[in-house]
Design a protein around this ligand. Structure first.
Ligand code: ADP
Ligand code: ZN
Length: 542
């Protein structure tokens, strides 16, 4: 073939360019699309913003053109269905959705379109799909060879390990049993082994081809700082790095969402609150404003974000520790979907670690489940405490090898590390003395940490003399370190599970694992507390 001769484009490429106006597939899209058009099952693991939608939209159009009928897309996200159907109609693809927002007449109109074969894609909520009415409709389409493809979006909802578990997703294995000849493509941005295995098993995708994309988001800069007046840290971060830009601030509770949003507003930052306790129309209004207006900061619980497709979110900040790395990755992944530089910033501290451990310990879940949750939390804490590249850690959690990234706090500002082994031993022996002394009833807010550190540093306070802690042999043995260094040592020991905070007074206690440190068998290297952010960087012009 000479270069001037036009090459016959594949039907998929033709659809990509004619319908969507794109010149090329990205990453694994081409392979996925070909596989599905040919009738294969697929499980697609692709990060948020990677381009999952085209992986089923292009096959849907091609298969419809080949006379194989409609594609049924299962999605838990009503807002997303709405947006996608609108976008498809705009480019001339006939699509519709069936969910609880439609009244009877509207739903019946959609059903007539489906039966008449006028639709290329039908989006349905999972609970809707399982109704006898819709099952009957699908069966009759199938008999006529007009059921072309099933796409199961947000497939991780079938797994109980994640926080998005949906009972209705469990029923989706029925699709395979009822319609074994209709190909299925399941898609998710959650990639850990547990969830993946769950999806395969519960959706009966044993024979599906697995497509795993890199989870790297190179344009996101990761920064995790130690909490020290977190609101002020956040404000400084926004003012120094993201003045007037759109961002999301995640908080662990509704109350904190409201307080933080109000405070930011009082500091002249345009911020809105979002959590599940707000009225539905307030939520909708805030979400719409965030999507449409420029430079708004959404302060939210994790109720906000799934399926939000706003390309120019310039930062995602966490004021509380997420539950695990999947959560952290998903939430931070909402930044920089347009590919331009974006920040993932988090402030975390001792109380976060203690609270998360406690939430797992005190939950009524089965021991096996708690064990998994603890393992996941440990991985997140290791990410937070590491002095190596954050990205290498993050990606290795998803099974990917990578090199130092040059775009995280630890790469940009290699932290000073110091040998905290001796300090850890002092701290542990001080806890041991406390335990022997038998009187550590500290306020729940301090987690006992304040008193412990005062005693280590040899500070004479009322509380120290009141409990006679100035008579302990460990009084003043840690005068060489400052308070923040001691906090870092303690946080590390809690993160490692060597120290726990127990009971209603958060009494600090050692675990059996602490013995190795006490005996000097383990070396503990800690990061020297660093600046809040790596400082202003030169921005790529957008
Ligand atoms: P995901 O569902 O994986 O989070 P989307 O399907 O919403 O991602 O795609 C993210 C963005 O990337 C969208 O704006 C989409 O139009 C764009 N996109 C996806 N694939 C391509 C491509 N091959 N060429 C250009 N843009 C693409
Ligand atoms: Zn790095």
């Amino acid at each position: 073939m000479t270069p001037t001769e036009p090459r016959a484009a594949s039907p998929a490429l033709q659809v990509l360019s004619d319908v969507f106006g794109y010149g090329a597939f990205r990453g694994q899209q081409a392979a996925i699309v070909e596989h599905v058009i040919d009738g294969g099952d697929a499980l697609v693991l692709m990060p948020t913003g990677g381009g999952k939608s085209l992986c089923y939209q292009v096959p849907a159009i091609v298969r419809q053109r080949q006379g194989r009928g409609i594609t049924v897309v299962v999605s838990p996200l009503i807002a997303l269905m709405h947006d996608q159907v609108g976008a498809l109609e705009e480019v001339g693809v006939h699509a519709a959705f069936l969910n609880s927002t439609l009244d009877l007449a509207a739903a019946q109109a959609v059903e007539r379109e489906v039966i008449a074969g006028r639709l290329t894609m039908l989006y349905v909520a999972p609970e809707r799909l399982m109704t006898p009415r819709l099952q009957g409709m699908l069966a009759s389409l199938n008999e006529r060879g007009q059921l072309g493809l099933f796409a199961i979006d947000e497939a991780h909802c079938v797994s109980q390990w994640g926080h998005d578990f949906r009972e209705d997703y469990l029923q989706l294995s029925v699709l395979h049993e009822q319609f074994p000849d209709v190909p299925r493509i399941a898609l998710t941005a959650t990639a850990d082994d547990h969830t993946r295995a769950d999806i395969v098993e519960r959706l009966k995708l044993e024979d599906a081809r697995l497509f795993i994309s890199s989870f790297d988001r190179p344009n996101i800069r990761y920064t995790l700082v130690e909490k020290d007046k977190p609101r002020d840290q956040l404000l400084r971060f926004i003012r120094d790095e993201h003045e007037g830009e759109a961002g999301i601030v995640y908080c662990g509770s509704r109350k904190k969402v409201e307080e933080t949003a109000a405070w930011l507003v009082s500091q002249d930052v345009s911020a809105l609150p979002y959590h599940a306790g707000l009225d539905a129309d307030v939520r909708r209004r805030h979400q719409d404003r965030f999507l449409r207006e420029d430079g708004l900061v959404m302060v939210a619980t994790i109720a906000f974000g799934m399926g939000i497709d706003k390309p120019d979110v310039r930062f995602v900040a966490h004021l509380d520790l997420p539950k695990n790395i999947e959560g952290y990755y998903q939430e931070t992944g909402r930044a920089g979907r347009d590919g331009a530089p974006a920040d993932a910033w988090m402030a975390y501290g001792l109380a976060d670690v203690v609270n998360q451990r406690r939430m797992i310990d005190e939950s009524p879940a089965a021991e096996e489940f708690k064990r998994v949750q603890r393992g996941k939390l440990d991985a997140l804490l290791a990410l937070a405490e590491t002095h190596d590249c954050r990205r290498v850690r993050l990606l290795s959690y998803f099974g990917e090898d990578s090199q130092r990234c040059g775009n995280c706090d630890n790469c940009l500002n290699p932290p000073q590390v110091w040998d905290a082994t001796e300090a850890a031993r002092k701290l542990l022996s001080c806890i041991y003395r406390f335990q022997q002394h038998g009187q550590q009833r500290f306020g729940a807010r301090s987690f006992g940490a304040g008193q412990l550190i005062d005693v280590l540093r040899g500070k004479v306070t009322d509380k120290v003399t009141q409990y006679g802690h100035d008579t302990l042999s460990t009084f003043g043995i840690g005068a060489d370190l400052d308070e923040s260094q001691w906090r870092a040592v303690l946080r590390q020991l809690v993160a490692l599970g060597l120290v726990v905070a127990e009971g209603e007074f958060n009494t600090l206690a050692m675990t059996d694992e602490a013995r190795a440190v006490l005996k000097g068998e383990v070396t503990l290297m800690l990061k020297t507390p660093s600046e809040v952010t790596p400082g202003r960087r030169g921005r790529i012009t957008r």
